[in-house]
Ligand binder design. Structure first.
Ligand code: SF4
Length: 281
């Protein structure tokens, strides 16, 4: 590449494509482990058969380097930027270029359309796509969270009042009750509590980036409430409807209590790449 900055942009595009390739064809270790624990818990033969099918699907995808699911989702990308890397339009375009490459090379299903004309852009980019969230950080990292529609469509938000704190668990469980088998359970639920209407939704999605190896007591209570529904793997009944519930909080207006639930399917896909900045500066 001709200049340091174009070298960095190329590295960001390559990191985005590489992270998408990993996320689409293999699950993170904590999600695989959670599916394994679900299999240990389930007694129901139908539920166990569904979990076995999911594990076989994961194995096939890994062996063949193919997507875990035909719905390869829409690209949601999180960047952390060190002080030396500004959030320029070129940087956003580099991420989009990475999405275009992954769409052609993995390949990914072209899922992105105009919301009204439904015209397909054919490369998974478009207005607001990829969705890019930028945070300051020590290092330049690219994290991808491809999001399928079956789960995303079941997500909900409630503008509760502060007096309704006791309603949070009911709202989370009700979200899964309404979803039933549509989001391909066992799900991971990202719950955003606080902030504003838009901020709560962003927190809920960011919660899906957290490891599901552990839950705190509040998250465990929410998860128990969801699992008590008995929806089970793929909605066919069973003990494990949710692999985990993860919560992120933000401070909010004294008169507000926003709660958002971002539903994620068993294919809880995410991957991160670090981009070395020093070599380009
Ligand atoms: S909800 Fe998830 S597992 Fe189900 S079809 Fe969509 S991406 Fe695939």
């Amino acid at each position: 590449m001709e200049s340091a900055s174009s070298g960095l942009l190329e590295a960001v595009a390559a990191a985005t494509a590489s992270a998408l390739h990993e996320a689409e064809t293999s699950l993170p270790a904590d999600v695989n482990a959670a599916i394994g624990r679900a299999l240990e818990r389930e007694q129901d033969p139908t539920a166990r058969a569904q979990l076995e099918n999911i594990r076989e699907n994961i194995r096939y995808a890994g062996e063949r380097g193919l997507p875990l699911c035909q719905d390869t989702g829409v690209p949601v990308v999180y960047l952390t930027l060190p002080p030396s890397v500004p959030a320029t339009a070129d940087l956003y375009e580099a991420v989009a270029e990475g999405v275009r490459r992954a769409t052609a090379e993995v390949p990914l299903r072209p899922n992105v359309v105009d919301p009204l004309t439904r015209e397909n852009t054919k490369d998974n980019t478009g207005g607001g796509m990829p969705t890019i969230h930028v945070r300051p950080g020590e290092e330049l990292t690219v994290t991808v969270l491809p999001k399928g529609a079956g789960a995303e469509n079941c997500s909900r938000i409630a503008m509760l009042l502060p007096s309704q704190k006791g309603e949070i668990a009911r709202f989370v469980a009700e979200t899964m009750l309404l979803a039933g088998g549509k989001p391909c359970p066992p799900v991971v639920l990202g719950v955003g509590i606080g902030a504003t209407f838009d901020g709560a939704a962003a927190l809920a999605k960011e919660a899906l980036l957290l490891s599901i190896d552990e839950m705190d007591p509040f998250e465990q209570d929410l998860c128990d409430a969801v699992n008590a529904l008995g929806i089970g793997p793929m909605g066919l009944g069973g003990a494990v409807t949710a692999l985990a519930v993860k919560v992120k909080r933000g401070h909010c207006h004294t008169a507000s209590l926003p709660v958002a639930v971002n539903v994620q399917c068993w294919a809880s896909r995410r991957a991160t790449r670090k981009v070395e900045v020093e070599q380009w500066t």
